[in-house]
Design a protein around this ligand. Structure first.
Ligand code: FAD
Length: 296
């Protein structure tokens, strides 16, 4: 089923997982993660795409298991900046073969180890990937795109980033998933500005429960998101105590989710970091609020 169809009826609850680095033990560990996540009955699980990396080929395999063995809708991430049209066509053909109907179509980050000649690229922006897939595989996939409450790091300003987002939606993105944010006000600002610009598709909030101080700082830097004063004082006080940091991360994310649901969010997407126990802790602490999201 296409996620856009689900979003017509309710706000969604979903998870992101990533393919582990390839060795036999790690690969089986992802299925333990999905086993546990499936017990929470998500509307979909998305699988990241390691552009150029060793895990690249695993996205289709894991998405296929989610869809065909666990019977949960799967969203396959796909990046394009270093890809050629034939490669994209080949992956889309595999996805279609495995009955996967949903793609999160991304540009990906520019490689750090070499400079790319942008004039030779088949795809410069994510919107080019949206256009290509829509043309080559009409009515086959539900395409979604990424958006950035605190502005994408390469964009000159919020307005420019928003105009680019509108082009992406016009090129075929049927819903959007946000980058991580720790201050919900950035999400509300994005939604309001997007609606004012005529972007009407659902905007799902991406929430990452960060459970240790090192990964919080790393994630914030990598994703270009700010750490609110309140959260930074908690980290300052408790960074030496792993269990306390875990409790803080889970509670902080839970509080964000309650606030988002209260304000009518289109969906919640939890970046699980392949740690199902974190998602379980959140679900366990607010089962009734989450039912509210689904209007049960
Ligand atoms: P785009 O939409 O192409 O935007 C990239 C930049 O170009 C922005 O600054 C935008 O403002 C600008 N831009 C766009 N169009 C134009 C235009 N016409 N003219 C001028 N400027 C323009 N990365 C991975 O490698 N694998 C993953 O699985 C993955 N999953 C992700 C999931 C989510 C929900 C998010 C939010 C990000 C994910 N990323 C992933 C990271 C993503 O690939 C990077 O953030 C990347 O730098 C941008 O991708 P994009 O699709 O948003 O690009």
């Amino acid at each position: 089923m296409k996620i856009s169809e689900i979003l017509k009826t309710k706000a969604t609850l979903s998870f992101e997982v990533f393919p582990p680095k390839q060795n036999a033990e790690n690969i089986t560990s992802i299925y333990h993660t999905i086993d546990e996540l499936s017990k929470l009955h998500p509307d979909f699980i998305s699988v990241t795409y390691g552009a150029g990396g060793s895990t690249k080929g695993k996205t289709v395999e894991i998405a296929s298991k989610i869809k065909n063995d666990y019977h949960i809708e799967a969203v396959a991430h796909m990046t394009c900046i270093t890809s050629q049209k034939e490669e994209v066509k080949n992956i889309c053909t595999q996805l279609k073969h495995h009955h996967i109907e949903n793609i999160l179509a991304l540009r990906g980050d520019e490689p750090k180890d070499h400079i790319i000649d942008k004039t030779t690229l088949d795809f410069q922006y994510a919107k080019d990937l949206h256009q290509y897939i829509s043309q080559e595989f009409p009515n086959t996939f539900c395409l979604s795109g990424a958006c950035y409450p605190e502005v994408h790091q390469e964009a000159a300003c919020f307005e420019d980033d928003l105009k680019a987002l509108k082009e992406k939606v016009d090129a075929g993105a049927e819903y959007l998933i946000t980058q991580i944010f720790f201050d919900n006000q950035y999400y509300y600002r994005l939604v309001k500005a997007a609606r004012n610009l005529g972007i009407q598709v659902p905007i799902i909030a991406g929430i990452m429960p960060v459970t240790n101080s090192k990964s919080l700082l790393h994630t914030a830097k990598m994703c270009g998101c700010s750490i609110p004063y309140q959260l930074s004082t908690m980290i300052e006080s408790y960074y030496r105590y792993p269990n306390a940091m875990k409790e803080i991360g889970i509670n902080y994310a839970t509080h964000q989710i309650i606030d988002l649901i209260t304000n009518g969010v289109d969906g919640i997407h939890i970046y699980t970091m392949n740690k199902p126990e974190i998602a379980q802790a959140i679900f366990g602490s607010i089962p009734t609020v989450l039912k509210e999201l689904n209007h049960e």
